[in-house]
Design a protein around this ligand. Structure first.
Ligand code: ADP
Ligand code: MG
Length: 193
């Protein structure tokens, strides 16, 4: 179970926390919540996101509830290492879009005493594990899986169903292109595909 450790007694103990789930499941909200609390504890914070994700804002991480926090867009995972020196808490949103080397980067940061909080989609629209997220879940100290609400039946949803026939894995979009579905409704929607 994830228990937030907020004792700021001058000891830096590194850790890897993963927040995963489907689209609209509250990953960004949970990331922002943890970061805000670390800020109250006067820790040095930096949030990164992949440069390709400019859906709402180029320089902020924004939740679907319009909660926002400043972030630094980076081209690849190695840049995070370069930019994170002297930082206590590193947040990374939309981590599924980063290269697989992100796993090594996060381990290195944690070994240096950094608390790393990574949020990202665990599955793509086909229900396949997404980019570096499965590797991150394996090496994490804590994994939190959050859930959306199925827009068809109201049950707990863990799938991101794509509403277009386009096949590429990375297709940036929001409610126009994706909906959160439970297992039953997701399988029904994909029948015959
Ligand atoms: P994520 O980062 O996982 O995509 P966000 O943290 O940006 O999610 O947004 C979560 C918010 O999205 C919820 O608090 C709610 O206001 C809104 N929302 C929209 N559609 C849904 C849905 N189908 N299930 C749950 N929340 C939804
Ligand atoms: Mg998000």
């Amino acid at each position: 179970m994830f228990i937030e450790r907020e004792l700021n007694n001058g000891q830096r103990t590194g850790a890897i926390e993963v927040i995963c789930g489907s689209m609209f499941s509250g990953k960004t909200e949970e990331l922002i919540r943890r970061i805000k609390r670390a800020r109250i504890a006067r820790q040095k914070i930096e949030i990164f996101k992949p440069a390709i994700d400019v859906r709402y804002s180029a320089t902020e991480v924004v939740s679907h509830d319009e909660n926002a926090i400043r972030s630094t867009p980076v081209e690849n995972s190695a840049n995070i290492l370069l930019l994170a020196s002297g930082i206590d808490v590193v947040g990374i949103d939309e981590a599924q879009f980063f290269d697989k080397n992100l796993v090594e980067v996060v381990i290195q940061l944690a070994n240096q005493g950094v608390r790393v909080i990574v949020a990202g989609l665990d599955m793509d629209f086909r229900g396949q594990p997404f980019g570096p997220i499965p590797g991150l879940m394996a090496v994490a100290d804590y994994v939190t899986k959050v859930h959306a609400v199925c827009v068809r039946c109201g049950n707990i949803a863990q799938f991101s169903h794509r509403l277009t026939e386009k096949e590429q894995v990375v297709l940036l979009g929001e409610r126009d292109l994706y909906e959160a579905l439970c297992r039953k409704c997701y399988n029904k929607a994909n029948k015959g595909k």
